[in-house]
Ligand binder design. Structure first.
Ligand code: ZN
Length: 433
């Protein structure tokens, strides 16, 4: 899976330092001497999966409150839990557990928005995972920032500390148009533009969202409102985009904005189904995201990929609108790899090609659910989109560093992280009686 979509049965990938130096058919492989070899016989070697929208520390809230619509879930359960428990230590420890889950499931890069983002970044650095990381700024007091101006200051400190880091890319994050005012949004967006940093925001996640944007004019959509205040440019990564209108889609395409599609979270919170085929047809870069583990409830990009591949095919009440080609398997795989990289404004990841950063995974294809394998070009995409599971990922390499070998994590101790998470739950939410 290089930039031309070529496949090399029995081929090789060579990594030098943090980058891929060569790849191709086995006959062109360099002599084995002097290289550390990873035998991938019977395996699929592919670009690592890129999670375009998540809140990693929320793994500690997995299973806290379920089967609720977004706003009741958020204001009745998640915001109060965050108010009671968040700290730099909480975010650091929870991110380590989330990173273990990501690596075990084949994710090599995440785009995270949460509070105490510096703790998220330092945990990702320990894990060895690549991350775009931003402090979530919102128009009311949070555990990390009493005012949004303090949140902006934290974002700028994050940028100063992590800019140029080989794994961490600082971003600017505004929570959503309905929780952020105009001055906040414009200040944060201007800062992102000044530093050439991505601007990450939840966008039109629910049907009710437009009415909750207090600063909108008339019956403007959130996207049109953002356009009016001047922040619908190439830096913008909008999460969800479930209820985008045709005009919204063309505004996003015109602005060079991208969308992080989170199908599992959108289904679980009963938010709806995003118009992904329409976004792709308009040329809007789209990548997949899991959202936080409290609304998913896992960080498996393979599960997200399966859902994204299936959903547009059945998303019509009108039988004439149903189409088995609404999301081809290969496009779905690209939404988690090359298209995801584009959605995150990254040209250096998402593909296996000389010069790209060495972020790749090895899938053990020996499981019963991956047999047999046909020899036509689309067969491997079909397996990846419809059959592969997170547990099939055998090895993971990020930035040229091996993070998992034979399903054993080399940078983290998942048993210790699980025990730490359980101890936190037992302390914070002790069993009744
Ligand atoms: Zn989210």
């Amino acid at each position: 899976m290089d930039s031309a979509g070529s496949q090399y049965p029995g081929g090789f990938v060579a990594i030098e330092g943090e980058r891929i130096s060569a790849l191709g058919p086995a006959a062109e492989a360099p002599p084995a001497q002097g290289w550390e070899l990873i035998d991938c016989s019977g395996c699929i070697v592919m670009p690592g999966l890129i999670n375009c929208h998540t809140h990693l520390p929320m793994v500690y809230f997995r299973g806290l409150a379920d089967d609720l619509p977004l706003h009741e879930w958020l204001t009745g359960h998640i915001f109060p839990a965050e108010g009671a428990h968040l700290s730099p230590q909480f975010c650091h420890e929870a991110t380590l557990l989330a990173a273990a889950e990501c690596i075990l499931g084949g994710t090599t890069c995440v785009n995270d928005m949460y509070l105490f983002a510096d703790s998220v970044a330092s945990a990702l650095e320990i894990a060895g995972l690549r991350g775009l990381v931003g402090e979530g700024v919102i128009g009311f007091p949070t555990p990390s920032a009493p005012t949004w101006q303090d949140g902006l200051k934290l974002s700028q400190e994050l940028l100063r500390k992590w800019q140029g880091h080989p794994l961490i890319t600082p971003t600017f994050c505004a929570h959503a148009p309905y929780t952020c005012g105009v001055e906040l949004l414009q200040s944060l967006y201007t800062a992102a533009q000044q530093h050439g940093a991505p601007f990450h925001i939840h966008l039109h996640e629910t049907h009710a969202e437009p009415g909750m944007v207090q600063w909108r004019e008339g019956d403007e959509t959130p996207t049109a409102a953002l356009k009016r205040i001047g922040i619908l440019g190439a830096e913008l990564i909008g999460a969800h985009g479930v209820w985008l209108s045709e005009r919204d889609i063309s505004l996003l395409a015109h602005g060079g904005c991208s969308i992080a599609h989170c199908p599992c979270s959108n289904l679980k919170l009963a938010s709806g189904i995003a118009p992904v085929p329409q976004l792709l047809a308009a040329g809007v870069p789209v990548g997949l995201g899991t959202d936080g583990a409290a609304s998913n409830n896992n960080l498996s990009m393979f599960e997200e990929l399966h859902t994204a591949a299936l959903l547009p095919k059945g998303a019509h009440r009108d039988p004439a609108g149903l189409s088995a080609t609404a999301m081809p398997a290969r496009t779905a795989v690209e939404l988690a790899t090359s298209r995801a990289a584009r959605a995150l404004k990254r040209s250096d990841i998402g593909q296996l090609a000389p010069g790209k950063l060495a972020d790749l995974i090895v899938l053990d294809a020996s499981a019963a659910h991956l047999a047999p394998r046909y020899h036509h070009e689309g067969a491997v995409y079909s397996h990846l989109a419809y059959s592969a599971q997170a547990g099939d990922v055998r090895d993971s390499i990020v930035n040229g560093r091996v993070l998992m070998r034979g399903r054993r994590l080399l940078s983290l101790d998942p048993a210790a992280l699980r025990a730490q998470a359980q101890a936190w739950v037992d302390r914070s939410y002790p069993p009744a009686g």
